[in-house]
Design a protein around this ligand. Structure first.
Ligand code: IMP
Length: 422
């Protein structure tokens, strides 16, 4: 049975967590394929809150959870999350691919140094060491999970990496490195010892599960426009949060992905720097941020907010092949007299219906809007589309037609019961 992948259609924080949890309950496996602890969401089970950044969200439902080769693993975060679960009596059923790369404290320092100094353009990263870790991977200098769990390999890899990182941090960035090669080895060899039992070929296990007809959910992190190639480079993350990223990040053929659920916030938000054509920089934007509680889960930073952007969503549809959409936070738009949707851009006087493919194009893009009549408060008990106000349905129908994928879920509140299914 082909697997299902959940993908953020915008800049991340679309509300993937709620839908992932919703789908995770029915899945046998939940698999992460990219990113690391730059992601984050809160899972509430029987009144208990779990904040997860790295572990797949299915872990609290007792599902088999896998971390694929494309993920970057911060062992400190992983240990903290496992310990928090254990305190609640949950033993994670976890597998980690030996090929996954490891984030070490020098990656965090390099990430922060790159952001704080004026050596590079500021990206507004989460400072979790994601970029420097993926950079080591691309340079073929990284330390992988297979090294972490083998003390001799770890020692050898640290001996190659540590002196270079220390030199760069101290001599280029002027930062004192508060740990030694020996202290790193001691801490991480002990962690590796504890994590060794989780070592598993995630590619093989996932393929076998799919062949046996098991339900596999691939949990996306971040969003389409943060993709390292197709996002708003350089204001992107260092992985591939698009649907094909699941195949590369786990090690499965693309044909084994069946459903692609695109998660779309009913408006747009972005955390961090970078272009945002429909951004609202006024008091109305501020009010929308407050109403939607738009503050980052991982860093607490206020998110920038703007109207829904159809050129973005059409492009996301092309990049991901959504088989269905989930529209999130529709309730945040309730009570407005008028809603706007960006239908296309003008770039040098020319009408553009997709997200510009070049940085220069994005800089020149002037969003053009269509206004819709607003809708009053939504019935929090609505379960079917027909129970939503006519104006809300008109807005949703328009989005569905323009993006070219069926809206199967509309979220009208944070609670699981505040979900409308079509
Ligand atoms: P990094 O992934 O920490 O390197 O950050 C690169 C960019 O991606 C920054 O603009 C971050 O704010 C953004 N980013 C990374 N992870 C997430 C996420 O889970 N949600 C939203 N934005 C994210």
């Amino acid at each position: 049975m082909p697997g299902t992948v959940v993908i953020g259609a915008q800049f991340g924080d679309e509300g993937k967590g709620k839908i992932t949890d919703f789908l995770a309950e029915k899945a046998d496996y939940v698999v992460r394929f990219g990113g690391g602890n730059n992601a984050g969401h809160t899972v509430v089970v029987e009144g208990k809150q779990f904040k997860l950044h790295l572990l797949p969200s299915g872990v609290v439902h007792g599902k088999r959870c896998l971390i694929g080769a494309g993920v970057v693993v911060d062992p400190r975060t992983l240990m903290e999350e496992l310990a928090a679960l254990e305190r609640e009596g949950i033993q994670a059923d976890l597998g980690i691919d030996p090929r996954a790369h490891i984030i070490l404290p020098y990656h965090n320092l390099l990430d922060a140094a790159g952001e704080e100094g004026n050596h590079h353009e500021k990206i507004g990263t989460t400072k979790k060491g994601i970029g420097p870790c993926y950079a080591d991977k691309a340079l073929r200098q990284g330390i992988r999970f297979e090294d972490l769990i083998e003390p001799n390999r770890l020692k050898e890899k640290l001996a190659r990496n540590y002196p270079i990182k220390k030199k760069v941090l101290e001599q280029i960035y002027g930062i004192r490195v508060p740990f030694t090669e020996e202290s790193l080895f001691k801490e991480y060899a002990a962690v590796g010892e504890k994590l060794r039992a989780y070592n598993v070929d995630v590619s093989l296990e996932t393929c076998t599960a799919l062949d046996q007809g098991k339900k596999v959910l691939f949990e996306g992190a971040q969003g389409t426009f943060l993709d390292n190639d197709f996002g708003t480079y350089p204001f992107v993350t260092s992985s591939h949060p698009i649907s094909s990223g699941a195949a590369v990040g786990v090690g499965i053929p693309t044909g084994k992905i069946g459903k692609v659920v695109g998660i779309v916030k009913a408006y747009t938000t972005r955390v961090g720097e970078g272009p945002f054509p429909t951004e609202l920089r006024d008091a109305f934007g501020e009010a929308l941020r407050k109403k939607g509680n738009e503050f980052g889960t991982t860093t607490g930073r206020p998110r920038r907010v703007g109207w829904l952007d159809l050129p973005m969503l059409r492009t996301a549809q092309r990049l991901n092949g959504f088989t269905e959409l989930a529209v999130m936070k529709l309730d945040v738009l309730a009570g407005l007299d008028e809603l706007k949707v960006c239908t296309h851009y003008l770039v040098n006087g020319k009408e553009i219906c997709f997200f510009p493919y070049s940085t220069k194009g994005v800089e020149l893009a002037q969003p053009q809007y269509k206004a819709f009549k607003g809708f009053k408060d939504l019935n929090p008990k609505a379960k079917k589309l027909a129970q939503l106000p006519k104006e809300a349905r008109t807005y949703l129908k328009f989005v569905e037609k323009e993006v070219g994928a069926r809206i199967s879920i509309v979220s009208i509140g944070p609670g699981r019961e505040e979900t409308v299914q079509a």
